[in-house]
Design a binder for this molecule. Structure first.
Ligand SMILES: [Zn+2]
Length: 189
């Protein structure tokens, strides 16, 4: 099994049951591009160039979609290489917790982009004969993978009084490996 944690700063983190970790995508570049598109759009808006704005929107959509295709490809290749049979992804309704902004629209945009990336991963995984299961993401970013105590990460570091410590973005994926699977896939029927 591998656990995949999706986020903004690091678009995706994968951790295998054996603890092998890989970071995917470039959150900083995504943020830069988003800002660049936004400022171009603003300039066009001032000149009332509506057709050009629509064209720019499509360009941005294509750019983001292309990134999601690349990241999902890399994740599934990583899964194949490590001979995993199941990929665990967070159930997406709660994923907005990873976004800091409180603006409703922004939240929706992020949820949508996570959703699409998850869909791409699921599709490519299926093609490779790998099963995708969605897990309950409750506390996955806070729980200590070693002793289950809840802690909050400070800056980029996660550390627990029990002595466990790691990169904060790794904790989510580690917990997602063992988090309860949602809907129909449970073995405990
Ligand atoms: Zn601990």
């Amino acid at each position: 099994v591998i656990g995949i944690d999706l986020g903004l700063k690091v678009p995706a983190v994968a951790v295998t049951s054996e603890g092998k970790t890989r970071f995917f995508g470039n959150g900083r570049e995504n943020k830069y591009m988003k800002r660049k598109f936004r400022s171009e759009r603003k300039g066009l808006g001032k000149k009332k160039k509506l057709r050009a704005i629509r064209k720019l929107d499509h360009k941005e959509q294509r750019w983001m979609k292309d990134k999601d295709h690349k990241v999902s490809r890399q994740i599934v290749n990583f899964a194949i290489k490590n001979q995993v049979s199941i990929i665990h992804l967070e159930k997406l309704t709660n994923i907005r917790k990873t976004t800091r902004t409180s603006r409703k629209n922004e939240k929706n945009v992020h949820t949508w982009s996570f959703y699409r990336l998850a869909q791409f991963i699921e599709y490519k995984a299926k093609m490779a004969g790998i099963k995708v299961e969605y897990v309950n993401p409750a506390y996955t970013s806070q729980k200590c993978p070693s002793c289950s105590t809840l802690n909050k990460a400070i800056d980029r570091k996660y550390s627990c009084p029990c002595g466990f410590h790691t990169h904060r973005d790794k904790v989510g994926a580690m917990n997602i490996i063992h988090a309860p699977v949602i809907g129909g896939h449970s073995q405990s029927a």
